[in-house]
Write a protein that binds this ligand. Sequence first.
Ligand code: PFF
Length: 449
Amino acid sequence: MATTGAPRDAFGTRAGFILAAAGSAVGLGNMWRFSYQASEGGGAAFVLLYIGMTLVLGIPIMLAEFGIGRRGQSAPVGALRKVVGAGWAKLGWLFAGCGLLILSYYSVIAGWTIRYAIESIAVGFPADAGAHFGSIAAGGSAVAYHLLFMALTLLVVLGGVHGGIERASLILMPVLFVIVIGLALWATTLDGGGAGYAVYLKPDIEHLMDHKVWRAAAAQAFFSLSLGMGAMMTFASYLDRRANLPASGTIVAYTDFGVAFMAGLVVFPVIFSLGLQGAVGESTVGALFIALPGAFDAMGTVGRVVGTAFFVVLVVGALTSSISMLEVVTASFIDEFKVSRRKAAFVAAGVAAALGLLPALDTNALGLMDKIAGEFLLVLGALLLAIIGGWIVRRQMQEELTQGASPWWALQVPRILAVLRYVVPPIVAVVLFFSARETLQVVVSFFSG
Ligand code: PFF
């Protein structure tokens, strides 16, 4: 698919694609969102439901995105038009819009993590982490760090798929894995961490039966796997016919779960060992930006080293995710308007940067945007993708997912598609109903006071 006369960009290696897709998946969602969702959902009960949602809903929907993207060889707008039908191009634009929305507030949170990483090296963690966070979360400096993070994201995307995204992922993802594993091992040495492990690993029936926890686990699976807004579709459009899609999708999903689970193995024991669990549930940012820095401060020099590593991981994870969001929009502009990558990326990042001023100046707006995009739009996108893949273009999906798959994986494709057809839509429809209701309540209460 020539755009501006040059051949379309592509991933150079199988590992490059898998790491880039895993890079998109692994991000603030695995640490920031996962840890507070897990603590709200009763720890282990949430974790169990979340694994279930990843396997039953996440992998099939990811493969629907992979299938449509590779078959369409263009960004979501073009891919949906070519593979599903002209009317579906609109859904591609909804995906691009959702990408811009998430990128805008994601970049604000990522900006905070850059600030924490720099400060932990320069001056250490604040003694009163709550007050410190309150003073930096919104305002001029939040705007500055948000813009800095957006500029970093833009820089990678300007480099293109092979030279920018793939290269960054091949370097950054292994660094992230090593640090997260190191941190989880270190956390086992903490006195009093046992209570944290207990909450994190022992499920209680009450939370398991709560439909709110089910809904939260499903929404978290979509957010964490970057599903429902065309990110995986866009990456898959840069693949050739030899790639083994079902195997790649499964590796990405397990990696994403693995990192989230490891992050929990760090966050829970650290917070419990210092008796800071009260701070976690206070706000969506409590665990990451208040309780953990407080704990790192209380641990002295060790805390400073470990804490720096932790926040560096967050920055790295956030960057490999934000580039995928910016790429969805950039690729849509390149493919649809035949503009250069440079122009497309600058415009997309500019819009997201401007939109991000809102959450950078008002943390309530950030929560609202996360509800609308993370809990509603992604779930809606996921439902539509399941219907498209499982019902509307099922035969093409069967062909596409089998193409390049090893014999064993080829045998699994009909099973995965049966799940996508019969199991995924009803569950996601119920989740969407509750998500829509809750999002509406939050929107109404935001605007009424
Ligand atoms: N999966 C990312 C995370 O867990 O942080 C967030 C994300 C990236 C969501 C890309 C959606 C997306 F398209």
